[in-house]
Design a protein around this ligand. Structure first.
Ligand code: ATP
Ligand code: MG
Length: 293
């Protein structure tokens, strides 16, 4: 090994060991409407209750899911950052329990269409978020569009939400397949965990993971971990209607307890994995490098 190579290896190791200030969880799904936004906000609330400082980034651009579920009205959104009117920190809105969130705005056509000036405006601000939270949750849109895949491929911790419906499972598999073939996705650097939502019982959730994992391992060589399940719950539906997270309105509801368990399991991670995590700025950097080529 020559000196230059040694130096490169040292830098690489240091980069890997670099402890990011925030842990980034990317929430996604194959099919729409399976519960991503509810998982994002309720997992966020439970983590916040456990003393973590949480920030939710609504990356389902244009649909404003998170603010609607929080019943909050943001003064500024990512659109203001893109247009250079505000810094990213100015767009942080407080939800229940003072949870922080950033609205993707309404009518944003998709980040891939941004011009260079708009990209620079966003990029310049993004690394600052790392210092503002312990956990950053990114609620992506559903499906296999490029901007969703880009977020998922860039994130080191992905939570893939599926319901037991056959169409949700096949769509989850399609997303994994597209991800596997996506430039910039690395099997080794990405941990994919399944969350089974709207299950009748815990066994149904475990079976969902088993089925998905079998095909994923067989055809893609991709192993999926299992985080856990959330039961089908009328109180969650009521909470959605009332625009208040179930974990706030009905903390004792079946789904609230499940979100609490998921949050506890997420916090059990060992330090070695913690050190390997990508920071939010690294995630966004790869996003924009690909899109500005
Ligand atoms: N555990 C659950 N029990 C009962 N109903 C649920 C549950 N999870 C989600 N739902 C229902 O599904 C609806 C859609 O949930 P949510 O908005 O979280 O999905 P999404 O994946 O973010 O959708 P989209 O892809 O449109 O952004 C909720 O409004 C609620 O009615
Ligand atoms: Mg949503």
């Amino acid at each position: 090994m020559d000196q230059a190579e040694q130096l490169r290896n040292i830098i690489k190791t240091k980069q890997l060991r670099r402890k990011s200030s925030a842990r980034v969880l990317t929430i996604t799904s194959g099919k729409g409407g399976v519960g991503k936004s509810n998982v994002s906000i309720n997992l966020g609330i439970q983590l916040q209750k456990m003393g973590k400082k949480v920030l939710i980034l609504d990356a389902d651009f244009g649909l404003a899911n998170v603010e609607v579920l929080f019943g909050a009205i943001p003064q500024y959104t990512l659109r203001d950052v893109i247009e250079g009117k505000k810094s990213l920190e100015d767009t942080i809105t407080k939800g229940p329990l003072d949870i922080q969130f950033i609205s993707g705005g309404t009518g944003v056509e998709g980040m891939a269409n941004l011009n260079k000036v708009q990209l620079t405006n966003l990029l310049r601000n993004i690394p600052k978020l790392d210092a503002l939270a312990d956990v950053i949750i990114i609620d992506t849109g559903a499906g296999i569009s490029d901007s969703v895949l880009e977020f998922v491929a860039a994130g080191s911790e992905v939570l893939l939400v599926s319901t037991p419906e056959p169409t949700s499972l096949t769509d989850a598999y399609s997303l994994l397949k597209s991800l596997y073939h996506y430039d910039g996705f690395s099997k080794q650097d990405t941990k994919i965990r399944i969350i089974a939502n709207r299950v009748s019982n815990t066994i149904e959730g475990k079976n969902l993971h088993k089925k998905l994992n079998i095909v994923s391992e067989k055809f893609l060589g991709l192993s999926l971990d299992y985080l856990g399940s959330v039961p089908i719950d009328d109180q969650l539906v009521k909470a959605v209607m009332a625009q208040s997270p179930v974990t706030i309105s009905y903390p004792k509801a079946r789904s609230s307890k499940a979100f609490e368990q998921l949050a506890m399991d997420l916090l059990k991670e060992n330090t070695e994995e913690t050190e390997k995590r990508k920071s939010l700025s690294q995630i966004f950097q790869s996003f924009f490098q690909t899109n500005s080529k």
